[in-house]
Design a protein around this ligand. Structure first.
Ligand code: G1P
Ligand code: ZN
Length: 544
């Protein structure tokens, strides 16, 4: 057996986006494509000889083939040890935990998160650093620069590994430990949450739940925790087997794609609590009986009730939300007398704040919530946090949220996505917004007067790094907002995201339909950005 030195030529499109390098499966299947990017990571990270990394993925199409190649490249590049998820399965939160628990150099996670899978679908690679979090921007930019000049990669000449058997394997000097990460992850959750209390909740037979794993990575973890440790009835976890094509499900936990769960939760005999996670297990959607909870509100409610949960009962050091996420959590932070940070979109921006101990909880409107227990968002963690609150309060999701609104006011919130736009017209629309920004402050649209408008830029308070061009914000008097940005995770054309938010203190008016409550702002967004004229679209592709 030997190390093969293989000549290659750069691809021009390997710039990571909001969350790693994400492309069509067919792009990754091109000869040398995956190898070039992996070698770029190894070259840039440097000093990898003898070090340990964790490796695995969300089980989607091309996962196993890619893992076999990466293992051989790692051996050829001198990595000392790989902790590899059994059957190639490793959720993003579990990977983050393993890196932290064992002080690893980092980890490679193969995932395109909530994007569709299968041969026609998407694939992706993320590199996480030693704090367990996604690579910061300077590193992803270095991977990209390296990928533009790469001419060689290294591959160990060895047969494929059997990923189905736990245990240690050797490849040259490197050890590959195939392990089941559900035990480590469950043990972490047991440290944070009151498992006894939740077991009692299920035990008295009056409480029921459905969890939709969407045939993606969380199935094995969810079955072990809910049906195993907490004693929820069998069948609580639906779509619980990770499948390469997710059996046709688009593993994005929202009202459009988690169709089966939404139907169950809207039915006459709906269970008390419903939840779902995405492809790689870092997102969550929380539903009550015939009740949808926005992720922004979820973050605010978790923060307000953190004292009920053992892992957080000592208090929160601060909270953080991405800029487009609603300002509901800001009000909770204000009432608690703690700092609320506003960061650009993407979990990587929370890393420094968490490492510095400035924040305990953080979240994004895009169904992502997490805490300082790891450095990724964590779908099952959010579900357990909610379960723990439900067990402690003995009230329904709806009642808890209604009470929250009465106390703090309600931030009506919705995101409208226009997918698959021509890149040129999407860029022109954003260019137009940037041009008119300066003149907007002071102008009125119906009842709404613009207080401020800018292109969001962020100065990281920990390392001073600055990220510009992070989305157009139009802020109205009375805490209403419209935000426009282009997605950095799509693989086809461009996706315009329009985020709409209106604050309502009047309890009498807090139970309106969200889209109705936001209808004026929806019209103003179209008026300002000329969405219809510039894209030809009358309605968004997805409303969340
Ligand atoms: C989307 C979400 C963002 C999230 C990211 C990765 O990115 O909007 O909040 O961090 O996926 O899960 P976008 O496509 O908007 O760039
Ligand atoms: Zn994800």
């Amino acid at each position: 057996m030997s190390i093969k030195k293989i000549s290659t030529r750069p691809f021009k499109d390997q710039r990571p986006g909001t969350s790693g390098l994400r492309k069509k499966v067919t792009t990754f299947q091109q000869p040398h494509y995956l190898e070039n990017f992996i070698q770029s990571i190894f070259d840039v990270v440097g000093k990898i000889r003898g070090k340990t990394i964790v490796l695995g993925g969300d089980g989607r199409f091309h996962n196993k083939e890619a893992l076999q190649i990466i293992v051989k490249m790692a051996a050829a590049n001198g990595i000392g040890r790989i902790m590899l998820g059994l059957k190639g399965i490793l959720s993003t939160p579990a990977a983050s935990h393993i890196i932290r628990k064992h002080n690893l150099l980092g980890g490679i996670i193969l995932s395109a998160s909530h994007n569709p899978g299968g041969l026609e679908g998407d694939f992706g690679i993320k590199y996480n650093v030693e704090n367990g979090g996604p690579s910061p921007e300077h590193l992803t930019e270095s991977f990209y620069r390296r990928s533009l000049e790469i001419d060689t990669y290294y591959l160990f000449d060895a047969p494929d590994l059997d990923l189905e058997q736990p245990g240690e394997n050797r490849m040259g000097d490197m050890v590959v430990e195939i392990f089941d990460s559900t035990a480590d992850y469950t043990e972490l959750m047991q440290r944070l949450f009151d498992f006894d209390r939740m077991r009692k909740l299920f035990g008295h037979g009056k409480f029921s739940m459905v969890y939709d794993a969407m045939n993606a990575v969380t199935g094995p973890y969810a079955k072990a925790i809910f049906e195993g440790h907490l004693g929820a009835s069998r069948g609580t976890v639906i779509n619980g087997n990770p499948l390469p094509d997710f059996d046709g499900i688009h593993p994005d936990p929202n009202l459009k794609h988690a169709r089966e769960l939404v139907e169950i939760m809207n039915s006459e005999s709906a269970p008390d609590f419903g939840a779902a996670s995405d492809g790689d297990g870092d997102r969550n959607m929380i539903l009550g009986r015939r009740f949808f909870l926005t992720p922004s509100d979820s973050l605010a409610v978790l923060a307000a009730n953190a004292d009920l949960v053992p892992g957080y009962s000592k208090g929160l050091s601060g909270v953080a939300r991405s800029m487009p996420t609603s300002m509901a959590v800001d009000r909770v932070a204000e009432a608690m007398g703690i700092q609320c940070y506003e960061t650009p979109t993407g979990w990587k921006f929370f890393g420094n704040l968490l490492d510095a101990g400035r924040v305990t909880l953080c979240g994004e409107e895009s169904f992502g919530t997490g805490s300082d227990h790891i450095r990724e968002k964590d779908g099952l963690w959010a579900v357990l946090f909610w379960l723990n609150i439900l067990a402690a309060k003995g009230e329904s999701v709806e009642k808890i949220v209604q009470e929250h609104w009465r106390k703090f006011g309600r931030n009506f919130y919705s995101r409208h996505d226009y997918e698959g736009l021509e890149s040129d017209s999407a860029n022109a629309l954003m260019g137009h917004l940037r041009e008119i920004l300066v003149g907007l402050a002071g102008s009125s649209f119906g009842h709404y007067e613009v207080d401020a408008a800018d292109d969001f830029s962020y100065r990281d308070p920990v390392d001073g790094s600055v990220s510009t061009g992070q989305g157009i914000r139009i802020i109205f008097r009375g805490s209403s907002r419209i935000v426009f940005r282009l997605s950095g995770t799509g693989t086809e054309g461009a996706t315009l995201r329009v985020y709409l938010e209106r604050y309502e203190m009047d309890t009498e008016r807090q139970n309106q339909d969200t889209q109705e409550a936001l209808s004026d702002l929806i019209a103003i967004a179209d008026n300002i950005a000329q969405i219809h004229t510039r894209t030809g679209r009358d309605v968004p592709s997805v409303i969340t």
